[in-house]
Design a binder for this molecule. Sequence first.
Ligand SMILES: *Cc1c(COP(=O)(O)O)cnc(C)c1O
Length: 477
Amino acid sequence: MLIFEKSRPGRGCSMLPACDVEVKLPGERDKRERLLHLPELSEGELSRHYTEIASKSHGVNDGFYPLGSCTMKYNPKVNEDMAALPGFTEIHPLQPEHTVQGCMEVLKLLEEYLCEITGMDHMTFQPAAGAHGEFTGLLLIKKYHESRGDKKRRKIIVPDSAHGTNPASAAMAGFAVVSVPSGPDGCVDLEKLREEAGEDVAGLMLTNPNTVGLFDKNILEITDIIHDCGGLCYYDGANLNAVMGTVRPGDMGFDVIHLNLHKTFSTPHGGGGPGSGPVGCKEMLANFLPSVLVTGEETLAFTKPGQSIGEVKSFYGNFLVAVKALTYILTLGREGIPEASQNAVLNANYMMHKLKDLYTMAYDEVCMHEFVMSLSGLKKATGISAMDIAKGLLDHDIHPPTMYFPLIVEEALMVEPTETESRETLDEAVQVFRELYKLAETDAESLHNAPVSTPVTRLDEVGAARHPVLRYVFEEE
Ligand SMILES: *Cc1c(COP(=O)(O)O)cnc(C)c1O
């Protein structure tokens, strides 16, 4: 039942003190034509409403959530405790600098640690997500070429395994997108890359390990090819969870990167957000960063880079997310950071090896933090698709892996267990995956109908796309 259906006129739970200033009503021009529909519920009803919704959804706190490319790791509660401290929450972005030195130190420290982890020189916390970071990073690349009077660089090269946000961000930043294919080994086809590299190339966008869960062994050659033709290299940091503390994008030859604090650095995702997609860069791009940067040693100050691309978000980005990420880094420490990555890689390989006699792996090699299966064989043999297996998992309280991505793998299921899952959880999930495979062979019909135990069962996806119901319609409308 929707909150609007539970609403009763006159019921409420706000306890605002009486207004002690003169009430000013808006003028005729600004007056609402109709009353605003706000739900009216008691505090108890409201609390139950949200608790009920929460119990119907699935999160990392409910069970296994191996959503590939998303790094759905457990978010330690100590992060939330730190971010709830009044010194961080009861401040205003326009407060004088000398009154918020501690908060500025959070940004400075986090910048230092993330630069150390990634091999970058500077970082901005303004972007609110990975895709937003991509857009910001591409504007830096654009400005870099423009500042050198190099106007012919219109192209951004993106591998065909890339996340959809990469070409989208490049197009939004005004570039033409050129796709380069991956070879049979899942890595960038070097010959094809050389063919595209030229004087019109502004840069390359790449994630490493890539979206099929493999570390591109030619990475130094790839970034050399781009640099040799005068382009810059952008690192999509969404997969950093596989390599943090072991290798650094800066050392792989990347000039500008984004990180997803809500993936790698254990700050909440999606509805639990907000997110944060800090952008790091090498020195030669620092002068173009969005404002503001924290500088100084004893006394910290906000400074605006001289040739800044301008603001991409208000003030300092999602500051409390930065507090959570800093807490995570300090909790893990120098030893814990690489250990988390190594365990993430171990967990993915463990699951892959326990499944590969049944499921066809898209690339049968040692994987990094995630692996991709192709269910096209199973589909041909039984009619059971990647979608059916994903829906079957829901009946076992497991969130489906990422489906039909990357696009270069047919009937793809992309599994990323993360380091925070125990061996028992992985074993149970392996068991479920294996049972579903057997079920596909013996009773395919039952899988076509899955899920049957969830609050919402199999959706009519075509209907939802063709006739979407996007908002609640009130009776009097
Ligand atoms: C998640 C992801 C992105 C986009 O990040 P958001 O924070 O969701 O905007 C980009 N690239 C890859 C490979 C990703 O997995």
